[in-house]
Design a protein around this ligand. Structure first.
Ligand code: NDP
Length: 329
Protein backbone atom coordinates (compact mmCIF):
# COMPACT_ATOMS: atom_id res chain seq x y z
CA UNK A 1 0.00 0.00 0.00
CA UNK A 2 1.26 3.49 -0.79
CA UNK A 3 2.35 5.55 2.16
CA UNK A 4 -0.11 8.34 1.38
CA UNK A 5 -3.29 8.42 3.47
CA UNK A 6 -6.23 10.74 3.87
CA UNK A 7 -5.98 10.64 7.65
CA UNK A 8 -3.40 9.52 10.18
CA UNK A 9 -4.37 9.16 13.83
CA UNK A 10 -1.52 9.23 16.32
CA UNK A 11 -2.41 7.48 19.57
CA UNK A 12 -4.38 4.48 20.70
CA UNK A 13 -6.22 5.38 23.88
CA UNK A 14 -9.99 5.97 23.94
CA UNK A 15 -9.56 9.20 21.92
CA UNK A 16 -7.44 7.64 19.16
CA UNK A 17 -9.50 4.47 18.83
CA UNK A 18 -12.82 6.33 18.87
CA UNK A 19 -11.52 8.72 16.20
CA UNK A 20 -10.50 5.61 14.23
CA UNK A 21 -13.96 4.04 14.55
CA UNK A 22 -15.67 7.19 13.30
CA UNK A 23 -13.14 7.88 10.54
CA UNK A 24 -13.21 4.27 9.34
CA UNK A 25 -17.00 4.25 9.24
CA UNK A 26 -16.79 7.46 7.18
CA UNK A 27 -14.61 5.48 4.74
CA UNK A 28 -11.52 7.59 5.36
CA UNK A 29 -9.42 4.39 5.79
CA UNK A 30 -7.41 5.92 8.64
CA UNK A 31 -3.97 4.74 9.58
CA UNK A 32 -3.51 4.55 13.35
CA UNK A 33 0.02 4.87 14.68
CA UNK A 34 -0.82 3.05 17.88
CA UNK A 35 2.62 2.92 19.51
CA UNK A 36 4.48 -0.15 20.64
CA UNK A 37 2.65 -0.36 23.97
CA UNK A 38 -0.73 0.47 22.46
CA UNK A 39 -4.01 0.95 24.31
CA UNK A 40 -3.29 4.03 26.40
CA UNK A 41 -3.62 4.50 30.15
CA UNK A 42 -6.55 2.10 30.57
CA UNK A 43 -4.23 -0.80 29.84
CA UNK A 44 -2.68 -0.16 33.26
CA UNK A 45 -5.97 -0.26 35.13
CA UNK A 46 -8.15 -3.07 36.36
CA UNK A 47 -11.91 -2.67 36.65
CA UNK A 48 -13.42 0.40 34.98
CA UNK A 49 -16.84 1.11 36.46
CA UNK A 50 -17.66 4.43 34.85
CA UNK A 51 -17.60 3.44 31.19
CA UNK A 52 -21.28 3.59 30.21
CA UNK A 53 -22.94 0.39 29.10
CA UNK A 54 -21.13 -1.99 31.46
CA UNK A 55 -23.16 -2.06 34.63
CA UNK A 56 -20.79 -4.50 36.34
CA UNK A 57 -17.69 -2.72 35.05
CA UNK A 58 -15.24 -3.76 32.38
CA UNK A 59 -11.54 -4.54 32.70
CA UNK A 60 -9.51 -1.63 31.25
CA UNK A 61 -7.30 -3.83 29.00
CA UNK A 62 -10.37 -5.72 27.69
CA UNK A 63 -12.12 -2.47 26.85
CA UNK A 64 -9.13 -1.31 24.82
CA UNK A 65 -8.89 -4.63 22.94
CA UNK A 66 -12.56 -4.30 22.02
CA UNK A 67 -12.17 -0.69 20.88
CA UNK A 68 -9.21 -1.60 18.69
CA UNK A 69 -11.07 -4.55 17.14
CA UNK A 70 -14.09 -2.33 16.51
CA UNK A 71 -11.93 0.21 14.64
CA UNK A 72 -10.24 -2.58 12.63
CA UNK A 73 -13.60 -4.11 11.76
CA UNK A 74 -14.54 -0.91 9.93
CA UNK A 75 -11.23 -0.73 8.08
CA UNK A 76 -8.82 1.22 10.31
CA UNK A 77 -5.25 0.11 9.74
CA UNK A 78 -3.14 -0.32 12.87
CA UNK A 79 0.62 0.13 12.90
CA UNK A 80 2.10 -0.54 16.33
CA UNK A 81 4.85 2.00 16.06
CA UNK A 82 5.45 5.30 17.78
CA UNK A 83 5.37 8.42 15.65
CA UNK A 84 8.81 9.97 16.00
CA UNK A 85 8.67 13.04 13.82
CA UNK A 86 5.99 15.16 12.23
CA UNK A 87 6.10 17.89 9.60
CA UNK A 88 2.98 20.02 9.35
CA UNK A 89 4.52 22.92 7.47
CA UNK A 90 3.12 21.90 4.11
CA UNK A 91 0.58 19.55 2.57
CA UNK A 92 0.63 16.62 2.59
CA UNK A 93 1.74 16.35 6.21
CA UNK A 94 4.50 13.88 7.02
CA UNK A 95 4.63 11.53 10.00
CA UNK A 96 7.61 9.26 10.48
CA UNK A 97 8.14 6.18 12.65
CA UNK A 98 11.54 4.52 13.09
CA UNK A 99 10.77 2.48 9.96
CA UNK A 100 8.48 4.36 7.59
CA UNK A 101 7.50 7.78 6.44
CA UNK A 102 3.76 8.38 5.95
CA UNK A 103 1.98 11.25 4.24
CA UNK A 104 -1.52 12.43 5.07
CA UNK A 105 -3.93 15.23 4.25
CA UNK A 106 -5.19 15.38 7.84
CA UNK A 107 -3.80 14.26 11.20
CA UNK A 108 -5.53 13.65 14.53
CA UNK A 109 -3.24 13.82 17.53
CA UNK A 110 -4.40 11.71 20.45
CA UNK A 111 -1.11 10.95 22.15
CA UNK A 112 -2.50 11.36 25.66
CA UNK A 113 -0.80 12.32 28.87
CA UNK A 114 0.69 10.37 31.67
CA UNK A 115 0.50 10.83 35.40
CA UNK A 116 3.80 11.88 36.86
CA UNK A 117 5.03 9.07 39.09
CA UNK A 118 7.29 9.22 42.11
CA UNK A 119 9.31 6.14 41.17
CA UNK A 120 9.59 4.94 44.78
CA UNK A 121 10.40 1.27 45.48
CA UNK A 122 7.40 -1.04 45.04
CA UNK A 123 5.45 1.42 42.91
CA UNK A 124 5.68 -0.31 39.56
CA UNK A 125 4.69 -3.67 41.07
CA UNK A 126 1.74 -2.28 43.06
CA UNK A 127 0.38 0.05 40.38
CA UNK A 128 -3.30 -0.88 39.99
CA UNK A 129 -3.04 -2.90 43.23
CA UNK A 130 -3.48 -0.10 45.72
CA UNK A 131 -1.24 2.44 44.03
CA UNK A 132 -3.42 4.52 41.72
CA UNK A 133 -3.51 7.77 39.78
CA UNK A 134 -7.21 8.58 39.41
CA UNK A 135 -9.38 8.86 42.49
CA UNK A 136 -12.45 9.86 40.49
CA UNK A 137 -12.11 6.49 38.73
CA UNK A 138 -11.17 4.28 41.67
CA UNK A 139 -12.49 5.86 44.88
CA UNK A 140 -15.45 3.49 45.08
CA UNK A 141 -13.09 0.52 45.55
CA UNK A 142 -11.93 2.00 48.87
CA UNK A 143 -15.07 1.85 50.97
CA UNK A 144 -14.11 1.99 54.69
CA UNK A 145 -10.42 1.82 53.78
CA UNK A 146 -7.42 3.88 54.83
CA UNK A 147 -6.22 5.94 51.88
CA UNK A 148 -3.51 8.48 51.11
CA UNK A 149 -3.15 11.16 48.45
CA UNK A 150 0.26 12.54 47.44
CA UNK A 151 0.29 16.17 46.29
CA UNK A 152 -0.86 19.60 47.39
CA UNK A 153 -2.47 21.00 44.24
CA UNK A 154 -6.11 21.33 43.22
CA UNK A 155 -6.07 17.84 41.74
CA UNK A 156 -4.83 16.32 45.01
CA UNK A 157 -7.61 18.01 46.97
CA UNK A 158 -10.19 16.99 44.40
CA UNK A 159 -8.94 13.41 44.72
CA UNK A 160 -9.03 13.59 48.53
CA UNK A 161 -12.60 14.91 48.40
CA UNK A 162 -13.64 12.11 46.04
CA UNK A 163 -12.15 9.55 48.43
CA UNK A 164 -13.96 10.94 51.48
CA UNK A 165 -17.22 9.64 50.02
CA UNK A 166 -16.01 6.07 50.53
CA UNK A 167 -12.82 5.80 52.59
CA UNK A 168 -12.80 5.82 56.37
CA UNK A 169 -9.77 8.13 56.37
CA UNK A 170 -7.88 10.16 53.79
CA UNK A 171 -4.37 11.33 54.61
CA UNK A 172 -2.81 13.96 52.34
CA UNK A 173 0.96 13.80 52.03
CA UNK A 174 2.16 17.32 51.20
CA UNK A 175 5.88 17.92 50.74
CA UNK A 176 5.82 21.57 51.79
CA UNK A 177 4.10 23.20 54.75
CA UNK A 178 1.43 24.72 52.52
CA UNK A 179 -0.89 23.76 49.71
CA UNK A 180 -0.29 24.87 46.15
CA UNK A 181 -4.04 24.57 45.56
CA UNK A 182 -6.46 27.49 45.39
CA UNK A 183 -7.51 28.96 48.75
CA UNK A 184 -11.06 27.72 48.52
CA UNK A 185 -9.98 24.14 47.82
CA UNK A 186 -7.33 24.30 50.55
CA UNK A 187 -9.93 25.43 53.10
CA UNK A 188 -12.23 22.64 52.03
CA UNK A 189 -9.52 20.05 52.68
CA UNK A 190 -8.46 21.58 55.99
CA UNK A 191 -12.04 21.65 57.26
CA UNK A 192 -13.06 18.15 56.20
CA UNK A 193 -13.41 15.78 59.13
CA UNK A 194 -12.19 12.75 57.18
CA UNK A 195 -9.09 14.47 55.77
CA UNK A 196 -5.85 14.57 57.72
CA UNK A 197 -2.92 16.56 56.32
CA UNK A 198 0.67 15.56 56.95
CA UNK A 199 2.82 18.56 56.03
CA UNK A 200 6.48 18.28 55.02
CA UNK A 201 5.93 14.63 54.30
CA UNK A 202 7.27 12.60 51.39
CA UNK A 203 6.52 9.08 50.31
CA UNK A 204 9.57 6.82 50.31
CA UNK A 205 8.26 3.32 49.63
CA UNK A 206 5.07 1.36 48.99
CA UNK A 207 4.96 -2.16 50.40
CA UNK A 208 2.82 -5.27 50.08
CA UNK A 209 2.83 -8.71 48.45
CA UNK A 210 -0.26 -9.01 46.23
CA UNK A 211 -1.58 -5.55 47.07
CA UNK A 212 -0.62 -2.43 48.96
CA UNK A 213 -0.35 -3.02 52.71
CA UNK A 214 1.97 -0.35 54.06
CA UNK A 215 3.73 2.85 53.11
CA UNK A 216 6.96 4.39 54.38
CA UNK A 217 7.06 8.16 54.71
CA UNK A 218 9.62 10.67 55.89
CA UNK A 219 9.21 14.09 57.44
CA UNK A 220 11.63 16.23 55.43
CA UNK A 221 12.07 18.71 58.30
CA UNK A 222 12.91 16.24 61.06
CA UNK A 223 14.07 13.28 58.92
CA UNK A 224 11.80 11.09 61.04
CA UNK A 225 10.71 8.01 59.07
CA UNK A 226 7.72 5.83 59.77
CA UNK A 227 5.69 3.01 58.31
CA UNK A 228 1.89 3.22 58.17
CA UNK A 229 -0.85 0.78 57.25
CA UNK A 230 -2.39 1.70 53.89
CA UNK A 231 -5.05 0.25 51.58
CA UNK A 232 -4.72 2.78 48.79
CA UNK A 233 -2.44 5.60 47.75
CA UNK A 234 -3.28 8.05 44.98
CA UNK A 235 -0.68 10.14 43.18
CA UNK A 236 -1.84 13.62 42.23
CA UNK A 237 1.43 15.41 41.52
CA UNK A 238 0.60 16.44 37.97
CA UNK A 239 0.44 15.08 34.45
CA UNK A 240 2.74 15.30 31.50
CA UNK A 241 1.17 15.48 28.04
CA UNK A 242 2.96 13.57 25.28
CA UNK A 243 3.74 16.59 23.10
CA UNK A 244 7.53 16.62 22.86
CA UNK A 245 7.34 15.92 19.13
CA UNK A 246 5.03 18.89 18.48
CA UNK A 247 7.12 21.62 20.17
CA UNK A 248 7.68 24.54 17.82
CA UNK A 249 5.28 23.01 15.27
CA UNK A 250 1.87 23.33 16.91
CA UNK A 251 0.73 25.73 19.62
CA UNK A 252 1.12 24.29 23.12
CA UNK A 253 0.11 25.93 26.40
CA UNK A 254 2.55 26.66 29.26
CA UNK A 255 2.21 23.16 30.60
CA UNK A 256 2.75 21.58 27.21
CA UNK A 257 -0.85 20.64 26.40
CA UNK A 258 -1.92 20.85 22.77
CA UNK A 259 -4.07 23.92 22.14
CA UNK A 260 -7.26 23.44 20.13
CA UNK A 261 -10.13 25.79 19.44
CA UNK A 262 -12.18 23.68 21.83
CA UNK A 263 -9.42 23.93 24.44
CA UNK A 264 -10.03 24.74 28.06
CA UNK A 265 -7.23 27.26 28.27
CA UNK A 266 -7.09 31.00 27.50
CA UNK A 267 -5.01 30.10 24.42
CA UNK A 268 -7.77 27.80 23.22
CA UNK A 269 -10.35 30.55 23.60
CA UNK A 270 -8.25 33.10 21.71
CA UNK A 271 -7.54 30.57 18.97
CA UNK A 272 -11.28 29.89 18.68
CA UNK A 273 -12.06 33.60 18.39
CA UNK A 274 -10.17 33.74 15.10
CA UNK A 275 -12.40 31.07 13.61
CA UNK A 276 -15.94 32.16 14.26
CA UNK A 277 -17.82 31.49 11.04
CA UNK A 278 -20.68 33.36 9.41
CA UNK A 279 -23.13 31.32 11.47
CA UNK A 280 -21.46 32.67 14.67
CA UNK A 281 -20.13 29.20 15.50
CA UNK A 282 -16.52 28.13 15.92
CA UNK A 283 -15.41 26.17 12.85
CA UNK A 284 -13.70 22.83 13.44
CA UNK A 285 -13.50 23.10 17.24
CA UNK A 286 -10.92 20.31 17.58
CA UNK A 287 -8.52 21.99 15.13
CA UNK A 288 -5.06 22.90 16.44
CA UNK A 289 -3.07 25.95 15.37
CA UNK A 290 -2.42 24.25 12.00
CA UNK A 291 -5.38 23.67 9.70
CA UNK A 292 -5.90 19.98 9.01
CA UNK A 293 -4.30 18.91 12.30
CA UNK A 294 -6.78 18.06 15.03
CA UNK A 295 -6.34 17.18 18.69
CA UNK A 296 -8.34 14.95 21.04
CA UNK A 297 -8.21 13.41 24.50
CA UNK A 298 -5.82 13.94 27.38
CA UNK A 299 -3.17 15.58 25.19
CA UNK A 300 -5.62 18.50 25.00
CA UNK A 301 -7.65 18.05 28.18
CA UNK A 302 -5.91 18.78 31.49
CA UNK A 303 -9.14 18.96 33.43
CA UNK A 304 -11.54 16.03 32.94
CA UNK A 305 -9.10 13.32 31.84
CA UNK A 306 -11.74 10.61 31.69
CA UNK A 307 -11.94 7.75 29.19
CA UNK A 308 -15.42 8.82 28.23
CA UNK A 309 -14.47 12.48 27.68
CA UNK A 310 -11.41 11.43 25.66
CA UNK A 311 -13.54 9.11 23.52
CA UNK A 312 -16.05 11.90 22.97
CA UNK A 313 -13.32 14.24 21.81
CA UNK A 314 -11.96 11.54 19.50
CA UNK A 315 -15.39 11.39 17.89
CA UNK A 316 -15.45 15.18 17.53
CA UNK A 317 -11.98 15.24 15.94
CA UNK A 318 -12.94 12.55 13.43
CA UNK A 319 -16.12 14.41 12.46
CA UNK A 320 -14.14 17.66 12.10
CA UNK A 321 -11.44 15.95 10.02
CA UNK A 322 -14.06 14.34 7.78
CA UNK A 323 -15.82 17.68 7.20
CA UNK A 324 -12.53 19.49 6.64
CA UNK A 325 -11.33 16.90 4.10
CA UNK A 326 -14.68 17.16 2.33
CA UNK A 327 -14.36 20.97 2.17
CA UNK A 328 -11.05 20.65 0.28
CA UNK A 329 -12.53 18.69 -2.61
P1 NDP B 1 -0.20 21.26 40.28
O1 NDP B 1 1.06 21.44 39.49
O2 NDP B 1 -1.07 22.43 40.54
O3 NDP B 1 0.18 20.66 41.73
C1 NDP B 1 1.05 19.59 41.88
C2 NDP B 1 1.22 19.29 43.35
O4 NDP B 1 2.02 18.10 43.46
C3 NDP B 1 1.94 20.39 44.11
O5 NDP B 1 1.43 20.48 45.41
C4 NDP B 1 3.39 19.89 44.15
O6 NDP B 1 4.09 20.28 45.27
C5 NDP B 1 3.16 18.38 44.25
N1 NDP B 1 4.31 17.64 43.76
C6 NDP B 1 4.90 17.74 42.54
N2 NDP B 1 5.92 16.87 42.44
C7 NDP B 1 5.96 16.22 43.62
C8 NDP B 1 6.80 15.21 44.15
N3 NDP B 1 7.80 14.70 43.44
N4 NDP B 1 6.57 14.78 45.41
C9 NDP B 1 5.56 15.29 46.14
N5 NDP B 1 4.72 16.24 45.71
C10 NDP B 1 4.93 16.71 44.47
O7 NDP B 1 -0.97 20.07 39.53
P2 NDP B 1 -2.50 19.60 39.60
O8 NDP B 1 -2.53 18.32 38.84
O9 NDP B 1 -3.01 19.64 40.98
O10 NDP B 1 -3.28 20.69 38.75
C11 NDP B 1 -2.96 20.98 37.38
C12 NDP B 1 -3.76 22.19 36.92
O11 NDP B 1 -5.16 21.88 36.83
C13 NDP B 1 -3.65 23.38 37.90
O12 NDP B 1 -3.64 24.57 37.18
C14 NDP B 1 -4.92 23.25 38.72
O13 NDP B 1 -5.33 24.48 39.28
C15 NDP B 1 -5.91 22.71 37.68
N6 NDP B 1 -6.98 21.94 38.34
C16 NDP B 1 -8.09 22.60 38.73
C17 NDP B 1 -9.11 21.92 39.37
C18 NDP B 1 -10.30 22.68 39.78
O14 NDP B 1 -10.35 23.87 39.57
N7 NDP B 1 -11.29 22.03 40.36
C19 NDP B 1 -9.03 20.48 39.65
C20 NDP B 1 -7.80 19.88 39.23
C21 NDP B 1 -6.81 20.61 38.62
P3 NDP B 1 4.76 21.75 45.41
O15 NDP B 1 3.63 22.69 45.65
O16 NDP B 1 5.66 21.56 46.56
O17 NDP B 1 5.49 22.02 44.13
Amino acid sequence: MSNKRKLIIIGSGPAGYTAAIYAARADLKPLVLAGESYGGQLVNTTLVENWPGHKDGVMGPDLMIEMRAQAEKFGAEMVDKFAQEINVERQPFMVRTDKEEYLAEAVIIATGAESIMLKVPGEERLLGRGVATCAVCDAAFYRDKVTYVVGGGDAAIEDAMALTKFASKVVMLVRKDEFRASKIMAERAKNHDKIVIWWNTELKEVMGEQKLEKIRVVNNKTDEEREEQADGIFYAIGHKPATEMFKGKLELDEKGYLVTRLGLSAQGISLAQNYIGENRLVEYPTATSVEGVFGAGDVVDFRYRQAVTAAAMGCQAALDAEKWLESRK
